[in-house]
Design a protein around this ligand. Structure first.
Ligand code: COA
Length: 277
């Protein structure tokens, strides 16, 4: 059984929900706009392994720590979800140095979680930060957030799946413009182009996030993972193959206890008590 990570750079809180828990993982480097350094990336990867293995975990929510009060005479740092991979770790590195980090990377670890994931975005979500959000299933943003893929300005391209997942989400034309141009879009524009599911005021972000997380946590923990897997087949397969895969998953669910529980509860106008089996 994997261990729950315990590092200062990633705060992990547990919120009870139904008979399970919702995990709130907060990237905690506000002085560096929550940029993903090696410690954070390793901690998120461990969290993913632990959360997938732990039976009680129903939903995993990611967010960035709020800025700290500034020292006297200094300006406050801006709000950030995650302002990217930590660029200071790129200095002087060649392909041999960087490859291991990108072969088994944090964005794939989040993407491959079979449990539902949510990103709560307030502030900058740039580069590897926008890719962390893109690896989640649902994105909720404040209007004041800023999204972008500025890697082009570093002589790079997105390396955490951004060219693929952004294209899926917002379409070829907008992804091309964002990735080649490196310009940011605000929360309202991100919502308009389909990059985020909801936009809210900063004070409402946690409430909205927990409302959605609690709803997901109220579903059968088994069935929701199959639902996620089935939607994902749409990305990897032509539609005729995807429909066949969905059909098989749907049929297999008829052998689960939770199908009998869910259908039975509907028939009796009761509340389903899921077993996850
Ligand atoms: N990696 C490492 N450090 C980062 C960072 C990143 N991706 N993003 C921000 N920081 C650090 C800054 O170096 C600065 O550190 P310092 O105070 O010790 O000098 C601190 O966070 C605050 O950032 P700063 O640039 O001073 O804030 P700003 O309000 O002037 O600008 C941004 C905010 C987001 C526009 C700017 O920080 C930025 O462009 N960040 C890099 C974005 C990027 O290229 N991300 C893609 C990486 S894959």
């Amino acid at each position: 059984m994997a261990e729950r990570p315990d590092v200062d750079e990633l705060t992990i809180e547990e919120y009870p929900s139904n008979d399970g828990i919702i995990i709130m993982a907060t990237v905690n480097r506000p002085e560096k706009l929550n940029a993903l350094n090696l410690a954070v990336k390793e901690a998120i990867k461990s969290l993913c392994t632990w959360a997938q293995d732990s039976e009680k975990v129903r939903v995993i929510v990611f967010r960035g720590a709020s800025p700290l009060p500034p020292p006297e005479g200094k300006r406050q740092k801006p709000h950030a979800f995650v302002a990217g991979a930590d660029v200071s770790e790129f200095v002087g590195k060649d392909s041999v140095g960087i490859r291991p980090e990108f072969e088994d990377n944090v964005w794939e670890a989040v993407w491959k979680l079979r449990k539902p994931t949510i990103a709560l975005i307030d502030g900058y979500a740039l580069g590897g930060g926008s890719e962390l959000a893109l690896s989640c299933d649902i994105r909720i943003s404040t209007k004041r957030s800023m999204f972008g893929t500025p890697e082009i300005n570093l002589g790079l391209i997105p390396g955490g799946g951004g060219t693929q997942r952004l294209t899926w989400l917002v379409g070829y034309g907008k992804a091309m413009e964002m990735i080649m141009g490196g310009e940011m879009v605000d929360g309202e524009e991100a919502y308009r182009i389909g990059m985020v599911n909801h936009i809210v005021e900063p004070d409402d972000l946690l409430t909205k996030g927990m409302e959605i997380a609690n709803n997901l946590a109220s579903k059968s923990p088994l069935t929701i993972q199959i639902a996620k897997q089935s939607v994902r087949t749409a990305l990897d397969n032509p539609i005729s193959d995807g429909i066949l895969l969905e059909h098989n998953m749907f049929v297999d669910l008829f052998d689960t206890k939770d199908k009998e529980i869910g259908v039975g509860a509907f028939m009796e106008r009761g509340k389903p008590e899921w077993t996850g089996e």
